[in-house]
Write a new protein. Sequence first.
Length: 249
Amino acid sequence: MARFILVHGAFAGGWCWEPVVGPLEDAGHAVSAPDLPGSGADDTPVGEVTLDAYAARVCDELARGPEPAILVGHSMGGMVITQTAARAPAQICSLVYLAAFLPRDGQSLLDLTHLPEGADDQVQANLTIEGDPAVGVLTPRAQAAALFNCATLRQLDWALERTRPQPLAPFLEPVALAAPIDPSKRTYIYCTQDHAIPPALQRRMVKESPCAATHELDTDHSPFLSRPAPLARLLRQIAAELADQADQA
């Protein structure tokens, strides 16, 4: 069975994966979903939150087990798993980008949002900046429209009780890759009703950073909330395909 490390995106925490953790564990997989620094229940000061600190947290999680893991990065989590792959490639068997930013060396999250295909990004359109060090804030109404547009009211209320302002420094920091990441280790999951990372931007990133496999979910930016059962099935499928490839090698 596989080992999954689920890496959340901006405004969220490890809590967002709760609806898919159970189905993955029921199938025999080992699953962890850490809070990144300054997110979820983590109390790291905003001034200490960086992309490198995010990658260090995931590296710490990788070190908790002996076997290589499948890293699943959602949204901003795509930046995190990419940077983690540069730091601990031997501990990672696959990178799965779930409606996620997929950067090339030297690109930041902000760089990717400024591409023409990102023009309809409803996060950037509604983000307000507060404080010093700066955090980004989305009103509940903006979150509903940008992140959870396919969620039920009950699902939306559950998420809105848990979201937090997002430290902005990781948005500005480029990934630094000592060597290219093997495309055969990458999988991308498109979300076709995404209002945060428009599908056109998702497809441009994959075109510029090819992946061994791509899949689609007909849902919003947060399928772990709006479509947890199909997402869990797809992650189990990806794990099974990786196991078959390993057996054939």
